[in-house]
Design a binder for this molecule. Structure first.
Ligand SMILES: Cc1cc2nc3c(=O)[nH]c(=O)nc-3n(C[C@H](O)[C@H](O)[C@H](O)COP(=O)(O)OP(=O)(O)OC[C@H]3O[C@@H](n4cnc5c(N)ncnc54)[C@H](O)[C@@H]3O)c2cc1C
Length: 470
């Protein structure tokens, strides 16, 4: 008999949350803490969604998306999770840039960027201040038509080097481009500039296990290996439950943390929506996907501090096509020192590149394996300049591609950062289409990344609470 991962589940709950990404986890925790009966369903064998990790022989633990997030995570985790989680959030020491236009190290906050822009790039102090104030003053209700390119053209015309400094890390952080609305750039950039880049001491495994313990404390029923096949909607367009692992479970409200497009088009089905809304959902563009190469050094072998994050590029300027190309010329290296997991003796490196799903999806199995090998080879060639003799010193190396992210998170086209801006409206309008159905997960660029996802989980749990407490 196959194991029943729903054994002991009730027939109905106040809320069913589909997916345990950071938005789903946060929504489930807040609603459980508020006294609602909550069932959290996750198809994978591990919680966390893209906030995840994996273990390999020899005791190596790799983090997938723990490169860095803004300071705001501390407040969100203290309010909506626990003090212990908030207390484990610590700043990165340094961010490095190595490219044909400049080579520098920074603490990646407003103070240091102001210094760099004035002293290193020769920008007038009042322009720098006006730029920061403009970015910081941006919010969701501002003009959504001005693009990030137009914003840079206004403040730094012709300065491809400055654009690169300001844009490259944000592109890596959320997949945005110069053609996306300037407000998405302004909001995310200002979040980082507030106090620099932060990480979680103890690694993603510790974070997610602490979150799991808190959810259990708040009586959330947590189930892994449970794939929701369908969201049930009655003829009056009210959400009444889900079908998961072949079983129906009723709910007064459902929060889907699954990709917004799959939620609408696959889990519910377009026949339940207004045709105009379906058209809008179809029109939502996905953000790009990623490739990563994971490298663990032999136990005890390490390297001197060479930055926590290193934006390496051989490309002449900021160029989104080059960043996405399979012919990689730009990479972000995350260097993990033993302090990441206090008490460990491991130095690890994760190399990340933005990637187009279609470049990988259409390869034959043989070509796919060869392309992965090529990605590893070129990554090691590049890394050699920062960690000499890396090939002899590495104990474990492997690569992930958009196909890997698609498989583990069910995201359409392995999208790493949800959708472009228009996805936010479609996500927010979901309960207007179907009573009791909500979406919380990476959308609209501003609601993606660790902080965006957690905060969106908070916003949506408030909406669910309003509905249920009526
Ligand atoms: C390579 C990479 C690096 C990144 N680096 C960073 C970083 O350094 N800093 C940062 O802030 N962000 C980073 N991100 C982005 C960040 O990890 C995500 O934006 C965030 O974790 C997404 O959270 P989410 O709530 O949207 O859900 P997701 O993480 O997308 O999780 C959705 C969950 O729902 C589950 N699910 C989907 N459908 C179903 C179903 N039908 N039934 C049951 N379960 C289902 C999935 O299995 C998954 O667990 C990175 C992402 C990637 C891919």
């Amino acid at each position: 008999m196959p194991k029943d991962f729903l054994k002991g589940c009730r027939d109905s709950y106040d809320v069913v949350v589909i997916g345990s990404g950071l938005a789903g986890l946060t929504a489930a925790n807040i609603l459980g803490r508020s006294g609602y009966s909550v069932l959290l369903l996750e198809h994978h064998y591990q919680l966390g969604g893209m906030a995840t990790w994996f273990k390999r022989r020899g005791g190596h633990i790799f983090d997938i998306s723990l490169h860095g997030f803004p300071f705001g995570m501390i407040k969100s985790c203290r309010k909506y999770w626990t003090q212990e989680i908030a207390d484990s959030i610590v700043p990165l020491r340094g961010v490095r840039f190595e490219n044909p236009q400049f080579s520098l190290e920074t603490s990646y906050n407003r103070e240091d960027f102001t210094r760099l822009l004035i002293e290193h790039f020769g920008i007038a102090p009042e322009t720098v201040q006006r730029f920061f104030d403009t970015a910081r003053g941006m919010n969701f209700y501002d003009d959504q038509h001005r693009t990030t390119r137009q914003l840079f053209d206004e403040f730094f015309p012709g300065r491809t080097d400055v654009v690169r400094l300001l844009m490259e890390p944000i592109t890596y952080a959320n997949g945005s481009t110069l053609e996306d609305p300037a407000i998405t750039y302004g909001i995310v950039f200002s979040n980082f500039m507030q106090k620099g880049v932060y990480t979680f001491r103890g690694g993603t495994d510790r974070l997610v296990n602490l979150m799991k313990a808190e959810m259990l404390h708040n009586n959330v029923d947590v189930r892994i290996r449970t794939l929701v096949e369908r969201i049930e909607v009655d003829p009056q367009r009210r959400c009444t439950g889900v079908v998961v692992n072949g079983r129906r479970i009723g709910a007064r409200a459902v929060v889907s943390n699954s990709n917004i497009k799959s939620t609408i088009l696959k889990l519910v089905g377009e026949e339940h929506f207004d045709p105009a809304y379906v058209d809008e959902a179809r029109g939502v563009r996905l953000n790009n996907s990623s490739c990563q190469v994971y490298i663990a050094l032999k136990p005890g072998d390490g390297f001197d501090f060479c930055g926590d994050l290193l934006f390496h590029s051989e490309h002449s300027g900021f160029d989104i096509e080059a960043l996405l190309s399979r012919n990689v010329s730009s990479r972000t290296f995350s260097f993990y020192y033993p302090e990441t997991r206090p008490g460990s003796d491991r130095w690890l490196i994760v190399s990340s590149t933005n990637a187009n799903y279609k470049d990988w999806a259409e390869l034959s199995e043989e070509d796919y394996l060869a392309a992965k090998e090529d990605l590893i080879r070129t990554t090691l060639d590049c890394l050699e300049q920062y960690v000499p003799n890396i090939r002899e010193r590495a104990d474990h190396i492997e690569a992930a591609t958009p196909r890997t992210f698609e498989r583990y998170t069910q995201h359409v086209q392995g999208a790493s950062f949800g959708t472009k801006f228009e996805g936010l409206k479609v996500s927010q309008d979901l309960p207007k289409q179907i009573h009791g159905l909500f979406h919380a997960g990476s959308v609209g660029i501003i609601m993606s990344g660790w902080l965006g996802a957690v905060n969106y989980g908070v916003i949506v749990s408030n909406e669910v609470d309003k509905l249920l407490s009526k």
